[in-house]
Design a protein around this ligand. Structure first.
Ligand SMILES: NC(=O)C1=CN([C@@H]2O[C@H](COP(=O)(O)OP(=O)(O)OC[C@H]3O[C@@H](n4cnc5c(N)ncnc54)[C@H](OP(=O)(O)O)[C@@H]3O)[C@@H](O)[C@H]2O)C=CC1
Ligand SMILES: O=C(O)C1=N[C@H](C(=O)O)C[C@H](O)C1
Length: 255
């Protein structure tokens, strides 16, 4: 069976990568692509339709799944339209606040939802090991540094927030300390969080775990966005067979 995928944010950095990854996948094809104000744009020969026609396009083309990399408000609108039409929705969008995250999760009552802040397999491996490292090195200082390109809007990255949740769940930390300046010595039980935005960096996350005698650095570096797009397409293929509910990228990789 051919998996037919609707793509949102089609002219964006990730949207273009997703269209290329769908085309490269033997079992997939693009059902339709949208962007706000597309102004006649095409991506890899696919005409980009206006985003305000999204719900109509879902009814017309009946995609097997939709893949979204846009912004929190638009992702929510697309997720709701997919839920109304019982279409599985995969989103890699980051920067949701608590209320938006709750509203996104609520759509999973009507259709399968898979939200992952990072679709690189290596990041999932990092999420899997960081908890053990923090537990094994209880009492060590923990700091997280993430670096992204200068166009990224949300900070810290969705991936950083996911890693921080994992660190907090496995250690005894008081709070997150975002940057430092002036006379501001380190508190023993804080987690330092440092955000860099520079040039065209695709995405780097490093966790430093150290005491006075040794340090461990766990680093993931994405070399191009194709790695995220390929993971999102794998997730869409996997989600196509699922019942309504909220799923994780770890579920996809577990099979
Ligand atoms: N989970 C993962 O693995 C990854 C997640 N991301 C996340 O994906 C998202 C997109 O990243 P990226 O592709 O770099 O960003 P871009 O800005 O390059 O692309 C975003 C796309 O979404 C569209 N868009 C943004 N806001 C709206 C809106 N309100 N309504 C309709 N369309 C909208 C933009 O349209 P326009 O051109 O008109 O602005 C653009 O086409 C970010 O949240 C990022 O953090 C990124 C990489 C990997
Ligand atoms: O905006 C990006 O580029 C990225 N965003 C994701 C995030 O916020 O974690 C994932 C990746 O690092 C690239």
């Amino acid at each position: 069976m051919t998996i037919r995928i609707g793509v949102t944010g089609a002219t964006g950095r990730m949207g273009q990568e997703v269209i290329a990854a769908v085309a490269a996948h033997d079992d997939c094809e693009v059902a339709f692509a949208v962007n706000r104000d597309p102004d006649g744009a095409t991506v890899d020969g696919i005409a980009v339709e206006p985003a305000d026609e999204f719900a109509d396009l879902v009814h017309e083309y009946e995609p097997t799944a939709v893949i979204d990399f846009t912004g929190p408000e638009s992702a929510l609108e697309y997720a709701q339209a997919c839920a109304n039409a019982s279409v599985p929705f995969v989103t890699g969008t980051t920067g949701f606040d608590d209320d938006q995250r709750e509203r996104l999760e609520a759509t999973s009552e009507a259709a399968p939802l898979l939200h992952a802040p990072n679709f690189a397999r290596g990041v999932q491996a990092l999420v899997n090991v960081v908890g053990d490292a923090v537990q094994d090195l209880a009492g060590y200082d923990v700091e997280l540094v993430e670096t992204h390109h200068n166009q990224k809007r949300d900070a810290p990255s969705g991936t950083a927030n996911r890693l921080l949740e994992e660190i907090e769940a496995n250690g005894d930390f008081s709070d997150r300390k975002h940057g430092r300046e002036g006379f501001d010595p380190r508190e023993e039980d804080e987690i330092g969080v440092h955000v860099l935005r520079a040039g065209n960096v695709t995405g780097e996350h490093e966790i430093v775990i150290a005491d006075n005698h040794e340090e461990v650095r766990l680093t993931h570096r994405a070399e191009d966005r194709g790695v995220f797009a390929a993971g999102a397409v794998d997730a869409a293929v996997w989600l196509a067979d699922c019942e309504p509910g909220s799923y994780d990228f770890a579920d996809v990789l577990a099979e």
